[in-house]
Design a binder for this molecule. Sequence first.
Ligand code: SAM
Length: 278
Amino acid sequence: MLIQGGLYVVATPIGNLDDMTKRAIEVLTHVDVIAAEDTRHSQKLLSHYSISTPLLSLHEHNEQQRSEQLIAKMQQGQSIALISDAGTPLISDPGYQLVNLCTRNNIRVTPIPGPSALITALSAAGLPTDRFIFEGFLPVKSAARDKSLSKLLGESATVVFYESPRRILTTVEAIISELGEDRRLVLAKELTKAFETFFSGTAAQCRDWLAEDDNHQRGEFVLMVGGAPQQLEDLPPDALALLALLKNELALKKAAAIVAQHYGLKKNALYKHALEHL
Ligand code: SAM
């Protein structure tokens, strides 16, 4: 049962068409109109699922005007779905103005969750996910890009970027300049597609891998930057003393977790320190 006069924000596949959810198909089949970033692109997905709902374009160049038209339709009782070319709308994609206008006009917005390259990449990268920062695309101009990167020097959370194949190598080189060649990176390429690849290593290893074969630079990328390693001097001596005692009584993981919680430190830094020094 669809909500009349409401907006559905519908996630669509990021490569593998089978990642379309049942709810997404149902909603797209039954709404009055689908607002799509690129109607020709989305037509292929809709045809694949035999969905014949009319499409209207909503992209960065017409978003304000189109959103006002769609609000009027919803106020007349129509139900509308919003999709983007791939993944979850609004995540580095159009739709913010429409959703914002809906909430300001008391129009119900219902998310239909599904794929997003950001979460898909993080879920299999092997980097800490307890805290992460999504930065979207880095600025294209090198001075602005380097400034954004330099702010991450002491950042302890995992940082996630979207990057185009044209810039992936120069971006990794910029990371080496700003954060050092030992910073841990993970490149997630062509997610959910036939040539899906995760390459994980130091920034220098990632640069070499990208440079050694042009094919390695082709496709869509999520670039993840591991958090800055916690410095030994950031670990208080009291915490290290307690860790040294506890590790004789408990499994090291458990001891590191208890000390981390008590002193508000990173469990991994304590664990690593104990392995290397205690
Ligand atoms: N809204 C989308 C989402 O939820 O992931 C993102 C749209 S953004 C315009 C497109 C960027 O997402 C690409 O340049 C790439 O960085 C990333 N991306 C999308 N699909 C991908 C895939 N299959 N593999 C790797 N990265 C992908």
